[in-house]
Design a protein around this ligand. Structure first.
Ligand SMILES: Cc1cc2nc3c(=O)[nH]c(=O)nc-3n(C[C@H](O)[C@H](O)[C@H](O)COP(=O)(O)OP(=O)(O)OC[C@H]3O[C@@H](n4cnc5c(N)ncnc54)[C@H](O)[C@@H]3O)c2cc1C
Ligand code: FES
Length: 278
């Protein structure tokens, strides 16, 4: 069992949880994730490890409520316990001195670029982050990113804060303005990662994305997380989740994410209904 030490709502539907998990806190690396079960009969969901504190023996997870399990997790409070947390899983991100790097986070993806920003800055890169959300009230972690990055560019779809438009447009504009960018790392919804990849392909900039297929075991056993990279099948849980964006088949990833959409919607509706009725 894993005790919730702290819980903060960052914006509507996005929560930060600090959880006691000593073995993960001391061994995780940026880019890795956990697979957790909120209770004994629940499903297993992957969440990125955003931070770890070896002294406090805690890890930080930041998640968006999109369905039944994330809603169930959000309903847990400080002092309550998570049934199982397995990790750290996946290959750590490649952290090295690239030069000028751009980290792109769409929505809750802003949380997932935080550990990258910290690690890439530590090894001497000039770090730019570009984060986006639908509107200013949905933006998260802008101040935290400012403490690790040399530049933080903020975008909103409705123009209520920063650049009006998508993160991929903001990246494209920076490149067109003459910014030399040596490496791009993007995390967020598949259409966003695909759009970023299209921009950087044109400019021949090495780009890595964190693939987010449905996962079950997280250890290479079930095959559910398979993705196509350069024409080959890879398992995101053990071969990734980071992959070369210019080789990843985004269309297959997106269509596989929709496989269980009807069941997921029904499970979410049922969960919300029975929760409301106590
Ligand atoms: C390696 C990895 C790391 C992740 N890290 C984070 C994280 O740090 N924070 C976070 O909020 N989410 C993260 N995700 C996504 C997260 O695992 C899903 O949102 C979660 O499993 C949804 O579970 P659910 O039961 O609440 O919703 P479901 O009922 O399973 O899904 C509801 C809807 O959400 C969407 N969805 C489901 N799974 C995913 C997915 N993997 N990616 C994108 N959309 C999905 C689909 O549209 C689906 O119909 C990560 C996924 C992977 C593979
Ligand atoms: S989640 Fe089962 S093989 Fe990757």
């Amino acid at each position: 069992m894993y005790t919730i030490i702290d819980k903060i709502q960052l914006t509507e539907g996005i929560f930060k949880m600090i959880i006691k998990a000593p073995h993960i806190a001391k061994s995780w690396k940026p880019g890795q994730f956990v697979v957790l079960m909120v209770n004994e009969i629940g499903e297993r969901i992957p969440l990125t490890i955003v931070d770890g504190n070896t002294y406090e023996e805690t890890i930080t997870l930041i998640f968006q409520v999109v369905g039944k399990t994330t809603a169930l997790l959000a309903s847990k409070n400080v002092g309550e316990q998570i049934y199982s947390i397995m990790g750290p899983l996946g290959k750590p991100s490649e952290i090295k001195r690239y030069g000028k790097v751009a980290l792109i986070g769409g929505g809750v993806g802003a949380a997932e670029i935080l550990p990258q920003a910290r690690a890439l800055k530590q090894v001497g890169n000039y770090v730019i982050s570009i984060v986006g959300a639908r509107s200013s009230s949905k933006l998260i972690l802008v101040e935290e990113l400012k403490s690790f990055c040399d530049e933080v560019h903020v975008c909103t779809d409705d123009g209520s804060y920063g650049f009006k438009g998508f993160v991929s447009d903001a990246l494209s504009n920076l490149i067109e303005e003459g910014y030399r960018i040596d490496y791009v790392y993007a995390v967020g919804p598949v259409p966003m990662m695909k759009a970023v990849s299209k921009v950087t392909f044109k400019h021949k900039i090495k780009t890595v994305v964190s693939a987010n297929p449905i996962m079950i075991d997280g250890t290479g056993m079930c095959g559910v997380c398979r993705v196509i990279v350069g024409g080959e099948i890879k398992f995101a849980c053990i071969d990734g989740p980071d992959f070369d964006a210019h080789l990843l088949d985004f269309d297959t990833l997106e269509s596989r994410l929709k496989t269980y959409i009807k069941h997921e919607r029904k499970a979410f509706e049922d969960f919300m209904r029975c929760q409301c009725h106590g």
